[in-house]
Design a protein around this ligand. Sequence first.
Ligand SMILES: *Cc1c(COP(=O)(O)O)cnc(C)c1O
Length: 395
Amino acid sequence: MTDKNWRIESKLAQIGSVEEPVTGAVNYPIYQATAFRHPRLGQSTGFDYARTKSPTRKVLEEAAAVLESGDAGFACSSGMAALQTVFTLFSQGDHLIVSLDLYGGTYRLFERILSRFGITASYVDTNDLDALENVRTPNTKAVFIETPTNPLMMVTDLEVVSNWARKHGLLTIVDNTLLTPYFQRPIELGADIVVHSATKYLGGHNDVLAGLIVTKGKELSEEMAFLHNSIGAVLSPSDSYQLMRGMKTLALRMDRHESNAITIAKYLEEHPQVAEVFHPALPDHPGYEIQNKQSSGNTGIFSFKVTDARLVEPVLRNLKLIAFAESLGGVESLMTYPAVQTHADIPVEIREAVGVDDRLLRFSVGIEHVDDLIEDLSQALEVAHIEIEGGQQHE
Ligand SMILES: *Cc1c(COP(=O)(O)O)cnc(C)c1O
């Protein structure tokens, strides 16, 4: 990847294609070595020990930094490893302001682990500046944002919040997993750090577990390099390769994920067994305008509520093409039941206050033909409806 002025589709397709000078291989190879020979005393090839720096991972990390318009990239063994590495910036007594409708694993990290080290979090609607102001204390160090949130697709204005944060000397950290740099680049909107579960759209094939961190600014980048190496939750050479392999087609996949998801969201909006659809591309969604302003497209996941909780079990049992499975962002369509799966670690009062209840299903729309997906949903909802009505067919 040579030219920062290329459009993002070109940057993605060209990841690692000019970095290998020996053979000219257009796919950067997997350097499996953990140790690197020093030419002489006091000299280094730039590589010493693979936890600190490793050739295949380095190509991925540089690509991540360019794609997210940051200064440095760091590849980690999972999204959670990336988040833990980032939160190690903070110390005992520090406080963070965090998006309310948060990924369950990140909530668990704050409440069960970071809390033991004296790092606390307040959960608020990060799009409400008064709410942010109300929970800010002299110990607040950062705002951590997911936008859109998962599963309820709440949207936060990144420019407004990062301006507010900077005014108060706080860092803005954004989990950009759902939109990827193809659709949204938080650093360009004022964020300091971007984190990814690259397991999702960046990898894109449900076959590699990985996380990425991108930092803006020299000081923060140096601090993150220190933490990344010291903690050691780094990505392996073969997984780094596999992730780059997936990222090359990100633009094509995201376009299809987006259009499939919008078509299906509109279909479900009209469906008699569906009570509500949460998708920021629908004009009556509260995040519609901000999403349009700050992102060039929409993610491929959204949620919907069926009219009756008893529909959930038969719908999941009767889906044929769409798999009932956790995770999101892969080419294969997956349906999740957040209340018992991804969000099971969030206390029921908090979950339901936000709207993650027992009627909510989350759909990670894949890149299959949209008509096949609609037919599958349609038959599963129909069979489920007949089942709960005691075998009697209603109009
Ligand atoms: C999956 C996910 C994570 C955690 O990433 P892993 O790769 O599963 O460790 C963090 N944030 C979001 C938004 C996610 O979807």
